[in-house]
Design a binder for this molecule. Structure first.
Ligand code: B12
Ligand code: SF4
Length: 580
């Protein structure tokens, strides 16, 4: 251990390592998130792992390789990795679409640092841990959704000595033989650092002298939106979700969601407000935590009155005064409602918003009535029981809903395919016959190689009884065309933007069909901002995206003090303890 050396470097891979060369047609697979199809956003938990270890005297650095590669066509990822010299490398395989990039980074690490241990983690790494550990480039997998403490124990054991057998959730190799330690670390509360710990991220910019390495996604500096985790795990059992209650039980041994306390959550909101004016997205429906928790959180938010727009999710319709209370508590707020389908039968099969359309409409009316700045409604193609007509029919549903709501401009509609993969761990993946799915890939290797296919149609790991892959693709493009025309009809986008978007949709569909397209521009993995991305942003009022200089200077001072304190009280004792 070196006093000023780095103990752990956490690498976030691009989805496909050589996306700049391969250039598949990714279509709309990342159309309703801020990342490009390289999926350059890293898991928020990387910051809480880093923060937890730094609290214990370790030096931990995040390197968002994916963002660096997307933002700079000349960035040489291999050379950058060769220059790093930590005691341990961590590589994230949280989302399965990173299967190719993650394994490729592991290979590069081993090529340049053959003696340095490589640790994998994340939901997909946890699901495929036994296959992953057989790779010669992977030494450890830390399973579960709360790996801060097991990772600390592992890094400490590797640097200072310790018994690997005692580390919870660890999959490893003893003399080439796979050892799977029990999955017993699954805290019932979300204590500790905020997820994400944005103050760790800011401190690390100065500590490791690189802003680009910790940027959460390309474009974040222009639009500093921050997600904030309300819980780890989810109480719902949506059939197609790999983050559902049954999936967490299977992958993480989690029996129910672990909630952050209302006090900690509102403190996190306050801290974000000290540096950013961007929206704060509260991940997971607050009501999951029960009435008392929700009321407490809303009371505290009402006292805090954040200046940032607070974006909330709903997992089910609202039948009481919840949205009136939200409206009273928050000066600026909006809602994300992912109903997935306008067809009640399909929603019942998917076990999400298994209610009537009237109940959904009532909820939206409540939100608009109580002052929501925006209500976004999301639809999906590729659901159980969904035919081509059901998928495309969402556009007419939106049109008539909007007419009944007086054309309220605060309503926005989005549609996206279930792509590229049906999530492993979801009930539909685990019991495909029950939900009418045909699953094409079962192993990590099959998913890894599928990511190299020329188009997202070939990448899809499923078909359904109601739609072949060709139909899923056709329905997606048709629904996107319908939504685009509808947006133009209602004046949300101009005729020019409508024409350009329709042309981009046609070009993408032709590319999937193998019809040669004009060469794409350099740098971005799949051309321009795609079909709906620009509608995702919330307006940031005023001219500033970040807080005042005074507030930022206060944070800088506080963090410099914190760094010095950590060095003296944590790092030095750890280092000296090792030397004696
Ligand atoms: C919030 C969220 C998002 C946010 C991202 C927030 C973020 N930056 O992390 C947004 C909306 C952007 C998003 C996007 C996507 N998501 Co999402 N998302 C979620 C959601 C709702 C919550 C995630 C969560 O609770 N995380 C908390 C915990 C689990 O993770 P964490 O704290 O970040 O990290 C901990 C562990 O995972 C682990 N870990 C993670 N990385 C590493 C690395 C190492 C080295 C180690 C040791 C440990 C480790 O340790 C961390 C600390 O304890 C889940 C559903 C659910 N309820 O889980 C889906 C989910 C994770 N998403 C999923 C998917 C598929 C996606 C997309 C690919 C969808 C798409 N096609 O666009 C994209 C990918 C985005 C990208 N990378 O650019 C699937 C993943 C299934 C799978 N196995 O692949 C899930 C399970 C369900 C779903 N379908 O939405 N998502
Ligand atoms: S899709 Fe359903 S199960 Fe998955 S995180 Fe959202 S509400 Fe929970």
């Amino acid at each position: 251990m070196r006093l000023f050396g780095t103990d752990l470097v956490l690498l976030h891979p691009p989805s496909v390592y050589d996306f700049r060369r391969i250039r598949s047609e990714y279509g709309p697979i990342s159309d309703v998130i801020f990342s490009s199809p390289a999926y350059e956003m890293y898991p928020i938990g990387l910051t809480s792992i880093a923060s937890h270890l730094e609290e214990h005297g370790h030096n931990v650095r995040i390197v968002n390789v994916a963002h660096r590669m997307v933002a700079d066509p000349d960035y040489d990822a291999e050379a950058a990795i060769a220059r790093l010299d930590p005691a341990v490398f961590g590589i994230g395989l949280h989302w399965l679409p990173h299967a190719h990039g993650a394994l490729e980074l592991a290979r590069i690490v081993k090529r340049h640092h053959p003696q340095t241990p490589v640790v994998f983690g994340g939901l997909s790494a946890s699901y495929f841990h036994e296959e992953l550990i057989r790779s010669p480039d992977v030494d450890f997998v830390v399973r579960g959704d709360s790996t801060e403490e097991p990772v600390r124990q592992l890094v400490s054991a590797l640097q200072l000595g310790g018994d690997l057998e005692r580390i919870p959730n660890l999959t490893w190799k003893r003399d080439g033989e796979v050892v799977v330690n029990p999955l017993r670390w699954s805290p019932t509360r979300l204590d500790g650092p905020a997820v994400p710990d944005v103050f760790y991220a800011i401190r690390s910019v100065f500590k490791y002298r690189s802003l680009a390495d910790v940027v959460p996604f390309t474009g974040w500096l222009e639009y500093p939106i921050t997600g904030l985790l309300v819980s780890r795990g989810c109480s719902m059992a949506c059939a197609v979700c790999g983050g559902s209650r049954p999936a967490y039980r299977m992958i993480c041994n989690r029996q129910g969601p672990a909630f952050r306390s209302p006090e900690a959550l509102v403190r996190d909101v306050h801290r974000i407000g000290r540096f950013s004016r961007g929206p704060i997205f509260l991940i997971h429906d607050l009501r999951q935590a029960g009435r008392a928790w929700t009321e407490k959180a809303l009371d505290l938010l009402a006292r805090e009155r954040p200046r940032n727009e607070v974006v909330m999710e709903l997992f089910s319709p609202v039948g009481d005064d919840y949205l009136a209370r939200v409206g009273a508590a928050l000066p600026r707020w909006s809602l994300e409602i992912t109903i997935e389908s306008h067809v009640e039968r399909i929603r019942a099969l998917n076990q999400r918003f298994a209610c009537t359309n009237e109940a959904i409409e009532h909820t939206i009316r409540q939100a608009l009535h109580n002052g929501a700045g925006r209500v976004d409604l999301f639809f999906m193609v590729g659901l159980p029981g969904q035919s081509y007509d059901d998928a495309v029919g969402c556009v007419d549903f939106c049109r008539s809903l909007l007419a009944r709501l007086g054309g309220d401009p605060r309503l926005s509609f989005f549609v996206a395919p279930l792509a590229p993969f049906l999530d492993p761990g979801s009930e539909a993946y685990e019991q495909p016959e029950r939900f009418g799915y045909r699953v094409r890939f079962r192993t990590l290797e099959e998913h890894r190689s599928a990511l190299l296919a020329p188009s997202w149609k070939e990448m899809l790991n499923y078909e359904t009884e109601w739609m072949t892959r060709d139909q899923i693709v056709a329905a997606t493009y048709e629904a996107l065309r319908g939504m685009t025309r509808f947006k133009n009809e209602r004046g949300q986008i101009s005729r020019e933007v409508c024409t350009e978007t329709l042309a981009a949709i046609d070009a993408s569909e032709n590319a999937v069909a193998g019809i040669p397209q004009p060469a794409k521009g350099s740098g971005a993995p799949a051309g321009p901002a795609r079909f709906q991305k620009s509608d995702l942003v919330w307006r940031i009022p005023g001219r500033r995206r970040f807080a005042s200089l005074l507030s930022l200077a206060g944070i800088a001072l506080e963090l410099a003090f914190r760094e010095a304190k950590l060095l003296l009280t944590r790092r030095l004792p750890l280092y000296l303890g090792r030397r004696v």
